[in-house]
Design a protein around this ligand. Structure first.
Ligand SMILES: C[S@@+](CC[C@H](N)C(=O)[O-])C[C@H]1O[C@@H](n2cnc3c(N)ncnc32)[C@H](O)[C@@H]1O
Length: 252
């Protein structure tokens, strides 16, 4: 059974390697919360889509990593200006020094690809460790609270949990098979086949950031991003529509 690392390095490689441009939401969050002159690192860059878009936006000091060496080689080739520092690194155990970066970009579910609970926590701690005091980090997550609102997904998650009971699998309902691979429907999802992505609950992420010592300055889902109106506390978000991906803006 394939895990996420094998999948990104294999069947999913071409899909992520050649993507270009930012979504409107990504553009808004980057323009609103990041400074173009600050030293900035992107995690899980794949083919470099986000970092190379930021280069075009005028970001001056860009670093990016991925744990798939072929993505890094490919991203370096796509960097026609040649001023991005790309590296092969694993988000759960980085080799960057403490306080190395003024800004971090952890968009596109990079922290949801990590299957092991303790490794996921290590990745949060590593992000905190390499960020400078006063620096800003932006994160996005697959949002379990939003997904469970859809009857289709609720039914699918329930069905998968029955399969897991039958086959004695201990994965919680927040581990969901990828419904698409390489941009196409993944039939393996019908049989609960791995790779799984980990879908976070909003309060869970909030608590992890608190435990790791990040200060949360703004949060929201795709709904708040579309309105260009992120909220500043969990209590405020609970009063708003919850829709799509989950975003956190944090400071150290
Ligand atoms: C959904 S893709 C996003 C790629 C790119 N950021 C984009 O938006 O086009 C997730 C990326 O995270 C990388 N990744 C997943 N887990 C990682 C880890 N533990 N360390 C480094 N990279 C990781 C994968 O190889 C993949 O390139």
């Amino acid at each position: 059974m394939a895990n996420n690392k094998e999948t990104y390095g294999g069947v999913d490689f071409d899909y992520w390697a050649y993507l270009e441009n930012l979504s409107d939401g990504e553009k808004f969050i980057i323009e609103t919360y990041l400074d173009k002159n600050a030293k900035t690192l992107e995690a899980g860059t794949g083919g470099g889509r986000i970092t190379l878009s930021m280069q075009q936006m005028g970001f001056q000091s860009l670093f990016a990593f991925d744990y798939i060496p072929n993505f890094i080689e490919h991203a370096r080739q796509r960097d026609k200006i040649g001023n991005v520092s790309f590296a092969v690194e694993d988000a759960t155990a980085l080799t960057y020094h403490d306080d190395s970066f003024e800004q971090l970009v952890y968009l596109q579910q990079v922290l949801c690809c990590i299957e092991d609970k303790y490794a996921r926590l290590s990745a949060f701690k590593e992000a905190y460790r390499i960020l400078k005091k006063g620096g800003t980090a932006i994160f996005s997550f697959l949002n379990f609270d939003s997904r469970i609102q859809s009857n289709f997904h609720k039914g699918y998650i329930g069905y998968v949990q029955i399969l897991r009971k039958i086959f004695n699998s201990e994965f919680s309902s927040q581990y969901i098979p990828r419904l698409k691979l390489a941009g196409k429907p993944n039939l393996g999802a019908i049989f609960d086949q791995q790779p799984y992505m980990y879908w976070y609950q909003i309060e869970e992420v909030y608590q992890i950031f608190k435990d790791v010592n990040f200060k949360i300055v703004a949060l929201g889902t795709d709904f708040q991003l579309r309105q260009e109106n992120m909220v500043t506390s969990l209590e405020l978000l609970k009063k708003e529509p919850i829709e799509g991906m989950l975003y956190f803006i944090c400071e150290k």
